[in-house]
Ligand binder design. Structure first.
Ligand code: GTP
Ligand code: MG
Length: 187
């Protein structure tokens, strides 16, 4: 009797994690991939990598190659190299420091000017409002109300936003889930 072979699909996606110094990019990746958090801060130098393997559904495996780009790289000249062939991105800011939100559009414009999908469309990008656990206080300004942040995301071309905490494990998975959905939709 013939056994029908199931068609298994495998994807490898390069995903960028960008945003200002100390907003929690490395912490979000550590939480997502290794399920840990630490209070200590060691600035990333250049770029770090991590791999997250997702059993997306019964027939689909998704491998996310996460590129953890140092905040200070916005002032360097390597981002074009780092962004190459990425198919998705997370832009992170720190809700306790308003200046990190002001830099979000700078990161987004840097990204959109240097990488697109093969179709020429911008790569799907989610916005993460990190440290929403309230540990370091909250300097809410422009992102204080949901409708405003929704509008901001539409204007700036983000596929969505999440209040996240790497510390308390809030919405890290949800943000990644939305991003992967949008990447798969483009595939
Ligand atoms: P660079 O590598 O310099 O670009 O910084 P980064 O964005 O990778 O920041 P990192 O993850 O190293 O975190 C910076 C500091 O913020 C560390 O002391 C973390 O412990 C702290 N931190 C990160 N995420 C959170 C969070 O969700 N909540 C709180 N309260 N602290 C956080
Ligand atoms: Mg880092």
């Amino acid at each position: 009797m013939a056994v029908e072979q199931q068609k298994k699909k495998e994807f490898l996606f390069k995903v960028l994690v960008i945003g200002e110094l100390g907003v929690g990019k490395t912490s979000i990746i550590k939480r997502y991939v290794h399920h840990v958090f630490s209070h200590g801060y060691r600035a990333t130098i250049g770029v770090d990598f991590a791999l997250k393997v997702l059993g997306w559904d019964a027939d689909t495996t998704v491998r996310l190659q996460l590129w953890d780009i140092a905040g200070q790289e916005r002032f360097g000249n390597m981002t074009r190299v780092y962004y190459k062939e990425a198919v998705g991105a997370m832009v992170v800011f720190d809700v306790t420091r308003a200046t990190t939100f002001e830099a979000v559009s700078k990161w987004k414009h840097d990204l959109d000017s240097k990488v697109t999908l093969p179709s020429g469309k911008p790569i799907p990008t989610v916005l993460l409002a990190n440290k929403c656990d309230g540990d370091g206080g909250d300097a809410r300004g422009e992102w204080s109300d949901t409708a405003q942040l929704d509008r901001y995301c539409r204007d700036e071309g983000f596929v969505g936003w999440f209040e996240t905490s790497a510390k308390e494990n809030i919405n890290v998975e949800a943000a990644a889930q939305l991003l992967v959905q949008r990447i798969l939709a483009n595939d």
